[in-house]
Design a protein around this ligand. Structure first.
Ligand code: ING
Length: 312
């Protein structure tokens, strides 16, 4: 009996600074209802999907930026989403800015959670690869201050068996780093759920801008194929506060093929019937890690941070 789940990628269009969490959650609930009509078992929402992508702005002190963070989850604003997921029997993941107190310290994370059909948080991930910069950069037409506002994730890349499938998460820039997928691949992951907020322009390298879409899919398709896992990448898309964000949310099979893709830059649900036994033929042949990997030659990957060129 094949292990098949109907997966929904619930892309969100832009969230403006004036949009409230209440009306964003209403949009997310509408997508969950559409997912139910399509018999979805699982729905993936984008990164930081309760507010506008605030790292595009510089805030001198944390009192202003903390308004974009959640200090508890679930909370009053998100309760309708948790309740609806439970009512519809849909497991879902979504990203939000998480603020926690650790003794006298405050920690801020770019976080994603999986909520099960009992409304419980089944798995949590905190973004490890934080792109951008930490100080105001006057050369940029918009900022990307994730290194200023978030701490590096402290939970690793956990994989858990949920609904008889090995599930893991990552967030946005994580998808560009092969280590992200391989650490989960070494835990036999079969479904990686990720959200992204990706501006079409990267001010430090405008010569890359025409390849934003290609690099988005290249990264996720390679990660899926090289680790024999399904990958669901979901955008917060469209023009947010004047910044154009990539759409093209996709569901990608362990073969690396895109089996479903969004065609708008607005709220849009795409779905696919995902057979998780498809992973096996890759895990037992090309990517039988136990049989083919030679970690005794891979030390540089963990021993070294930056590249060191050869002496000659
Ligand atoms: N966004 C981007 C990403 O990796 C980025 C980082 C910033 C890309 C600017 C291009 C331009 O898709 C996040 N949130 O990691």
């Amino acid at each position: 009996m094949s292990r098949i789940l109907n997966i929904g990628a619930a892309q969100l269009g832009p969230i403006q600074r004036s949009d409230t969490r209440k009306n964003v959650v209403e949009r997310m609930c509408e997508l969950l209802k559409q997912a139910k009509k399509k018999n979805c078992d699982v729905v993936v929402f984008p990164e930081l999907c309760l507010t506008t992508f605030f790292p595009r702005w510089f805030f001198e002190d944390s009192s202003e930026v903390d308004n974009f963070f959640e200090t508890e989850m679930p909370n009053k604003e998100c309760k309708p989403l948790f309740d609806l997921g439970q009512k519809l029997g849909i497991l879902f993941s979504f990203g939000f800015a998480e603020l926690i107190k650790v003794g006298k310290d405050t920690k801020r994370f770019n976080t994603s959670i999986i909520v099960n059909t009992k409304g419980e948080i089944e798995l949590k991930y905190r973004k490890i690869h934080l792109p951008g910069h930490s100080e105001f950069d006057e050369k940029r037409s918009f900022q990307h201050l994730e290194k200023r506002y978030f701490d590096i994730g402290d939970l690793g890349f956990p994989v858990s068996r949920i609904m008889n499938v090995n599930m893991g998460m990552c967030i946005c820039n994580d998808r560009r780093w092969s280590e992200t997928y391989r650490v989960m691949g070494l835990q036999d992951v079969e479904l990686i759920m990720l959200g992204y907020n990706t501006p079409l322009q990267n001010p430090p390298a405008p010569e890359h801008d025409h390849l934003t879409s290609f690099h988005n899919h290249l990264s996720m398709q390679a990660g899926a194929y090289q680790n024999a896992t399904w990958v669901v990448g979901v955008a917060k898309a469209g023009i947010e506060e004047g910044v154009h964000h990539l759409g093209q949310s996709s569901i990608i099979s362990p073969s690396g093929e895109i089996v479903s893709m969004a065609t708008t830059i607005d709220d849009e649900l795409i779905t696919a019937s995902c057979n998780f036994d498809l992973c096996r033929s890759y895990k037992e042949t090309w990517f039988n890690f136990e049989k083919h990997r030679q970690p005794q030659h891979y030390h540089l990957i963990t021993d070294r941070i930056g590249a060191i060129p050869p002496e000659k």
